[in-house]
Design a protein around this ligand. Structure first.
Ligand code: SF4
Length: 420
């Protein structure tokens, strides 16, 4: 009798409309059958056009497919054109999303060249004033989006939730026979705010396929609950992200925990990891983390993956850690060029193992693998290529020689002249 095993892998993506974020010939599709898109956000002063253009370029080279920039002042709005021109001169065509709060209606109206240079607008309906003023400001921004043919992300945030809507929903909740707890009402208010503003944008003339939604919160379980609800109640593409995820390991873990659950359920069309960089830290880390979430889940491939064992008492030297680190860094640094030169290389696996206990087995399953000698083992490092042991490296230059083997393999397997 055949045993039925549970299916492995993420659920089918939830069907959505598809938004297009465009700059020149670059078209980033969000939702529908498009792969989950990686986004990031600058943290330079937007008014400093050169510094911002440099950071956008770094984020784009790291793999960010849309870069968001805050547009908070007239000076920032004026700088957008210079940033876009500078990027175009540098050959960086990544679409820019303008992040607007409070005065977005004024900036987009007063600086039409800024509205045109951006490829997408992020609007937070929770901080556009109250009552009629909010409605008018929102309508003004949507009218600009329609005029310039730009998609909009309606981004609702826990920290700036529409207080009038929340108060009304809290009152209605009190009328229920069994009222929900306040946290549940807040989650519901986020979803209602996002969907009702999207519907209003459509009534104002914005096409339904020019709308992306987000409802960001800072707690993992709330985020999962909100997005499950949101995905069940609309078919707009969804932008996932845990807001204020935090610094260092905590930010990475919290974002991964929340997003992995949702992505596994087929929810989420674009992601941004909101990490607080350490002083002097690399802003591109948020792009790397986003890519690694998607790649380790098998949803997309961006960079050859290094499979490394954790090391243990059998590996008392640091040679193996250094080799794993060197190879990982080397592979990532080459990707801006390799992406076009060696199509398919992003799916390659390289195993770097600390000893012969699991090393040969893991190496055989990778495209290329090496098992370094553990403490007390014969000082020899067997290398496997496509599952076959090819050479055993010895001496002081194991790292350099292994890197040459990796380079040659990539050239042979993924180079255009290979005919594959
Ligand atoms: S492969 Fe060897 S060094 Fe690495 S964790 Fe396993 S036993 Fe330890």
């Amino acid at each position: 009798m055949t045993q039925c095993l549970p299916a492995v892998g993420p659920a089918a993506r939830r069907p959505t409309r598809q938004a297009k974020v465009v700059w020149g010939d670059t078209v980033v599709r969000v939702g529908g059958d498009a792969p989950v898109v990686v986004q990031s956000m600058t943290n330079t002063d937007t008014a400093d056009a050169i510094a911002t253009a440099i950071q956008v370029k770094e984020l784009a080279l790291a793999g960010s497919e849309i870069v968001r920039i805050t547009v908070n002042t007239p000076e920032a709005a004026q700088a957008i054109v210079a940033i876009r021109e500078q990027l175009d001169r540098m050959g960086v065509s990544v679409p820019l999303c303008g992040d607007f709060h409070f005065n977005g209606h004024k900036l987009l109206t007063q600086f039409p060249e800024c509205a045109q240079a951006l490829s997408k607008y992020r609007i937070n309906p929770g901080n556009m004033g109250g009552g009629k003023r909010r409605d008018d400001n929102f309508a003004q921004m949507i009218e600009v989006a329609c005029r310039h043919n730009k998609p909009v992300r309606i981004g609702v945030n826990w920290g700036s939730l529409d207080q009038e809507l929340l108060a009304r929903m809290m009152d209605e909740n009190q009328q229920r026979a069994v009222p929900l707890d306040a946290q549940a009402v807040m989650r519901d208010a986020l979803v209602v705010s996002a969907i009702s503003n999207a519907e209003r944008a459509q009534q104002l003339g914005l096409p339904g396929d020019a709308i992306v939604l987000s409802c960001k919160v800072s707690h993992v379980q709330d985020l999962i609950a909100v997005y499950r609800d949101l995905s069940a109640r609309c078919d707009y593409p969804l932008h996932l992200g845990l807001t204020e995820a935090g610094m260092g390991t905590k930010g990475v873990v919290a974002s991964t925990a929340a997003l992995a659950v949702l992505l596994q359920e087929g929810i989420g069309d674009t992601i941004r990891i909101s990490l607080t960089p350490e002083p002097g830290g690399d802003r591109c880390r948020e792009v790397v983390v986003a890519q690694e979430i998607l790649q380790t889940m098998g949803l997309r491939a961006f960079t050859p993956m290094v499979i490394a064992c954790p090391g243990c008492g059998r590996t008392t030297s640091t040679v193996f850690q250094e080799l794993a680190d060197d190879i990982q860094r080397y592979l990532r640094e080459q990707m801006p060029v390799w992406r076009t030169q060696y199509p398919g290389v992003e799916s390659m696996n390289v195993a770097v193992m600390g000893c012969v206990v699991n090393g040969p087995g893991e190496s055989r399953h990778a495209d290329i693998g090496i098992s370094l000698p553990g403490t007390g083992e014969v000082p020899a490092a067997p290398v496997y290529v496509d599952g076959v042991r090819t050479v055993t490296l010895k001496g002081d230059r194991i790292a350099e020689e292994f890197q040459v083997i990796v380079q040659n393999y990539i050239e042979k397997r993924y180079g255009r002249q290979s005919g594959q």
